[in-house]
Design a protein around this ligand. Structure first.
Ligand SMILES: Cc1cc2nc3c(=O)[nH]c(=O)nc-3n(C[C@H](O)[C@H](O)[C@H](O)COP(=O)(O)OP(=O)(O)OC[C@H]3O[C@@H](n4cnc5c(N)ncnc54)[C@H](O)[C@@H]3O)c2cc1C
Length: 455
């Protein structure tokens, strides 16, 4: 989630910035219909790629290491409420998926994260995200201009960390400063010292959205992915260990077999790519490894709890408890969805630390936190979930964040085809990082590259 919507603040600045030049990937020899393409991964990017290739008459195998489709879209039932452990909201920006989800009748109620309430020294203070974005305009003006000029001159500048860029702006002792900082860490999955300012002033911020009043998905995000599967038949529990270039194309080694193919689209996360779990023979080109050095997988922990009834009455769907640093923000699904369900969001290093707690410890922590911050005695929870994407070797974290080494468009360098037959795709390579719809579009971008030869 870049700083547009889910990464909130990022959008206002990024929206006007995203006009920088996007590097174009080299053309490849287009494949003929009927050619065999292996797609690694059955998340939004993999399914997006496979469906387009199948429509165009290709012979496609989707190979998925998990026992389910969806990847980082994973929905569990919290007493009948679809709790998303990964992707939750449908972005309202320039999304290819929102209209499709509408057509499928899968767009559910929205929560309003546009005007969270800050709770500070006993006072409830509504903070409009637009006012935080306005507060950042002055400190970001000069770095933004410099960054834009460098890109205009054909460079790929680095942007320093967010902490460096914003300096003393967003004073954390004020309501807007507290909300601004918490939402940035919570939603960008990284601490502000570790996060490149590119998400604020460079192209990785992507397009912006009008507001943060965004819909969830009927049955949860995994249902949408399942509904998008028309022609493809993902093979589950099959893990790819190597991608080998051959004179005829590629050979894919899995835990079960070797597959010969004309081309492969690899949608495993950059966490998986960086871990070396897939052995590329020969190794990834330097352009790709250099680009990967500027990218990390962040932690975004979600604490989902269900109570027998909603014995709280909050002034807004989103709350930020400024007097306690333990949870970055809270989302209440009682009014919006009619369910006594609360979601705590914790990003960056604090999130990573929570991933080490047992389920019981995490539930106790969150239950105690809620009682102290809401000032009510809550009954024992009826259900609880915590996600642990950082501990999941098939993800390596929640989603990509650019570190301060990131140079503008580094993620798009990964789109460069390898030997004309190996294409990387997915969330981290998308124009706007960290969303299901952009992962879907990026999978289709890679498929279209093989079909038409142009990237
Ligand atoms: C906590 C959290 C909250 C989020 N919130 C939102 C949100 O509100 N809205 C939104 O739009 N997006 C959100 N996202 C981001 C969104 O989930 C991702 O951008 C998107 O799901 C990524 O899709 P993908 O196909 O690129 O990658 P993935 O979903 O990771 O798919 C890659 C697939 O490859 C498989 N794989 C990996 N290695 C191998 C191997 N060796 N062999 C075979 N298969 C392999 C994996 O198992 C996985 O299924 C969130 C993500 C997280 C984690």
């Amino acid at each position: 989630m870049d700083i547009d919507r889910r990464k909130l603040l990022m959008g206002a600045a990024a929206a006007s910035v995203a006009a920088g030049t996007t590097s174009c990937a080299s053309p490849v020899e287009p494949l003929r219909p009927g050619s065999k393409v292996v797609v690694i991964g059955a998340g939004f990017a993999g399914i997006g790629a496979a469906e387009l290739l199948l429509e165009a008459g290709f012979d496609v195998e989707v190979v998925e290491a998990r026992d389910r489709v969806g990847g980082r879209a994973h929905t569990v039932s919290l007493g009948g409420f679809p709790a998303d452990l990964g992707a939750n909201w449908l972005r309202k920006g320039n999304s290819e998926l929102l209209p499709i989800a509408r057509k499928l009748g899968l767009v559910d109620s929205s929560t309003n994260l546009q005007v969270p309430t800050a709770v500070q020294r006993g006072k409830f203070i509504p903070v409009d995200i637009a006012s935080i974005e306005a507060e950042l305009e002055a400190p970001l003006a000069a770095p933004y201009l410099w960054h834009q000029t460098q890109m205009f001159l054909g460079g790929r500048p680095r942007a320093r960390s967010i902490s460096d860029l914003i300096g003393n702006s967003l004073d954390p002792t004020t309501a807007s400063g507290c909300v601004g900082r918490r939402l940035m860490v919570g939603s960008s999955a990284a601490d502000l010292d570790d996060l490149s300012g590119d998400v604020l002033i460079g192209p990785s911020g992507g397009d912006s959205t009008a507001d943060l009043i965004e819909p969830t998905v009927v049955g949860g995000m995994q249902s949408l992915l399942q509904a998008l599967i028309q022609r493809s038949k993902p093979i589950l529990n099959e893990s790819v260990s190597a991608v080998i270039r051959t004179s005829a194309g590629v050979q894919i080694k899995t835990n079960r077999r070797d597959i010969a193919a004309d081309a492969v689209i690899v949608t495993a996360s950059i966490g998986v790519l960086k871990s070396g779990a897939i052995d590329f023979q020969p190794g990834l080109p330097k352009r790709h490894t250099d680009a990967l050095a500027g990218m990390e997988m962040g932690s975004f922990v979600k604490l989902w709890v269900r109570y027998p009834e909603a014995s709280w009455d909050l002034p807004s769907d989103a709350m930020v408890f400024c007097d306690s640093p333990d949870v970055h923000f809270l989302v209440d699904f009682a009014k919006s969805h009619g369910n006594p369900v609360l979601l705590g969001a914790v990003g960056g290093k604090r999130g990573l630390a929570l991933e080490s707690l047992s389920d019981d410890e995490a539930r106790e922590f969150f239950h105690d936190y809620l009682q102290s911050q809401l000032g009510v005695a809550l009954p024992a929870p009826e259900g609880f979930y915590i996600n642990r994407w950082g501990k999941d070797p098939l993800a390596g974290g929640a989603y990509m964040y650019p570190n301060p080494q990131f140079r503008a468009h580094d993620n798009k360098q990964l789109r460069e085809p390898i030997a004309g037959r190996i294409l990387l795709a997915g969330e981290a390579l998308a124009d706007t990082i960290g969303y299901v719809d952009t992962a879907w579009s990026d999978g289709r971008r890679a498929a279209s590259h093989l079909i038409t030869g142009r990237g």
